[in-house]
Design a protein around this ligand. Structure first.
Ligand code: CTP
Ligand code: ZN
Length: 408
């Protein structure tokens, strides 16, 4: 058997990439990211009738997707791809540069929409083929930036091509980071002994106390921004809230939250909306025009939609009052409300326990869906094994009396 015959011993099923420019076989192989147990044969610098010398790859039992073929074209244009079935060449095609290449290479422009985190669109380039392979350029269809052949090669060599899709963050992950941040930043405090509960405004003796106002450090603010933006993007994706034009934050605590959320949605998800908040003192001026009471309202167009963000809902009534101010906008829609923590407790005070929780009241009173990043039930489930029995009893008793959920 001659050397040539040996190298081309036939395969039963799979692919043969033939006529690869000499010396390029291993680069092509790297692009294919074959599993470790793949059966492959690589031949370098073998004689060829049409070329001086060529490389060749045979892979048993495997086929290529069209996007894999497209990427190979940037390394080995004019190679021949043979699909082998049952010892026969079933299909033969010359690999050529595609006109368009999607999701394979990153755009070099850091400000390109394809480089935003989480919900970036797949990259898409039109391919400008030159007379020589080295003259090939990519044009980003989103930002117009050009990638030259040298950079394409660098991408291929460094394997930074084929970016992972930047997906949404799971609710579980958001909850976990958020709870950690609340505790670290001192925004969620737990009673240390059953004799020292936190006395709430309602007079109820609570086993915990939540105050987002305690979060004034940069790191906590960054996490707040991340959590609100990620959760809202998730709700949008799941269709639980519709599109909106404004993030509205009831003063005072809602103001920074709305601004952070707005920025986070832009930075992480490429969404561009405005934020708006209400002025508490407006009545003193006697001017009830919308842009005196609602900061940001001067951009408002009739029919636009708002998403409300806030830390928590204690009475529901104050929230209703705030939202009544939105009437000044005229025709508008509130698509939902996203709060940091739902206390999941019934309205009322120490001695009176109403049927509804603040969230339920709000949903029923205003017909606005309310979503919370964290709620007491999941917080309790996460901490219950690390607290003493007497503290645990404080939580369970409190919720059996005032809660709308049972803790155990
Ligand atoms: N091949 C293989 N196993 C098979 C059939 C073919 O490995 N069962 C390989 C051949 O060795 C060759 C390539 O697939 O490298 C293409 O096969 P074929 O079309 O028969 O060879 P050529 O005519 O030489 O191809 P081309 O015209 O593309 O040069
Ligand atoms: Zn781009």
């Amino acid at each position: 058997m001659s050397e040539r015959q040996l190298l081309v011993s036939k395969i039963e099923n799979g692919i043969v990439i033939d006529h690869i420019p000499a010396g390029k076989a291993f680069q092509v192989l790297k692009l294919l990211k074959l599993p470790d147990d793949a059966r492959a044969l690589v031949a370098q610098n073998v004689d060829s009738e049409s070329m001086e010398a060529k490389d060749l790859i045979k892979i048993e039992g495997s086929y290529l997707t069209s996007s894999e073929i497209d990427i190979i074209a940037f390394v080995a244009p004019n190679a021949t791809l043979n699909n082998i079935e049952n010892w026969q060449v079933k299909e033969k095609r010359v690999i050529t540069l595609p006109e368009k290449i999607e999701g394979a290479f990153n755009c070099p422009n850091t400000l390109c929409p394809t480089n935003t985190r989480y919900t970036a669109p797949n990259t898409s380039f039109t391919v400008e083929a030159g007379k020589q392979l080295e003259e090939t350029k990519l044009h980003c269809i989103y930002c117009g930036s050009i990638t030259y052949y040298g950079t394409i090669q660098e991408n291929i060599q460094s394997e930074s091509f084929r970016i992972e899709r930047r997906g949404l963050v799971s609710k579980e992950k958001i909850e976990e980071v958020f709870l950690d941040m609340l505790i670290q930043g001192g925004a969620l405090r737990f009673s240390r002994s059953p004799e020292e509960p936190f006395i709430l405004k309602s007079g109820r003796p609570s086993p915990y106390f939540i105050n987002l106002g305690a979060l004034t450090d940069g790191e906590s603010l960054a996490k707040l921004k991340w959590a609100f933006a990620s959760y809202i993007a998730l709700l949008r994706e799941q269709g639980k809230i519709t599109d909106f034009d404004y993030v509205f934050g009831p003063s005072y605590k809602g103001i920074s939250l709305a601004a952070l959320t707005c920025e986070g949605l832009n930075e992480l998800y490429g969404m561009d909306m405005r934020y708006m908040y209400d002025r508490k003192e407006a009545k003193e001026y006697g001017d009830m025009s919308s842009d005196k009471v609602l900061v940001g309202a001067n951009y408002f167009q009739p029919g636009q939609r708002l998403l409300v963000v806030d830390d928590t809902i204690t009475t529901g009534l104050t929230k209703v009052e705030t939202l009544e101010k939105l009437r000044l906008l005229g025709d508008h829609e509130v698509v939902g409300m996203v709060i940091a923590v739902d206390r999941q407790e019934a309205l009322g005070d120490k001695d009176n326990v109403e049927e509804q929780s603040a969230v339920q009241y709000l949903e029923e009173e205003l017909g606005i869906p309310v979503f919370s990043i964290q709620n007491i039930q999941s917080i309790f489930n996460l901490i219950k094994d690390s607290i003493g029995d007497d503290i645990k009893k404080l939580w369970v008793d409190y919720y059996s009396k005032y809660g709308i959920v049972d803790l155990d």
